[in-house]
Write a protein that binds this ligand. Sequence first.
Ligand SMILES: [Cu+2]
Length: 257
Amino acid sequence: MRAEFLAARERRLVTRGIALWNQTEAAYLAAGACVTTPPLVKSQAFSVTFPKTGNDKLVCLVHENMTGVVHVLDAASVLPFDQADYDAQAADAGRDLLADRGDSDTHFGHHGRMLTPAIVAGTGEVTANGGGSMTRSILRFSDEAITIHVGDTVEWTNEDPVTPHTITFGLEPGDPMPPSANVTIDADGARHVTMASTGGSAHSGFIVSAPQERVFPPQAALGATRFRVTFTHAGSYAYICALHDDLGMKGVIIVRP
Ligand SMILES: [Cu+2]
């Protein structure tokens, strides 16, 4: 059973209205039940009690490749692995992600058929083992600062297979998923804003690849993968990814006359 991400987001909004959601919350996982937290931040905790033996899958509703399984054995059973075994498996998986050969042709840089000037808004890698797939994401813009001329258009593209990013100038919206009202759609589907002053605001909404297709579910909608901004006045335009700015995902466009 998969909880609705939107329902979890709603709950976050409600609980934030009352008090910051930072206490330990316990949930009781009954057979066939589904429990979920609202989005958690650092130092928040969540505990689940497993009353029955069996195999319970867990997923992150935000990061779709973040999955796991809790195998619940009878209390009298001998556990098949110890912590050192799990640590070794995790280290092996980490080496796979960092050594992915795809790195050699998906490094940051201006490649492929893009408008110039172009900025890559995040890259990532996917690897898999018997437990499922896992991802590594680089939460950075490829160029933290670029200089252009008045009238130029900058294009951002997200090359991460799963992680969404935003390009956000000025006011940060409460809900980062939809684009700001001043965004228009180009003929090729890219989102586009014209900025006429350094005090203006523009928000791309989630820029994300469409998820990988599976055999039986309906096809996913085409992702919004590109965002363009045309700068009509000189100045320095700072921007952030509204999801990852606290981790350093920021940039600036310097516009010369
Ligand atoms: Cu981001």
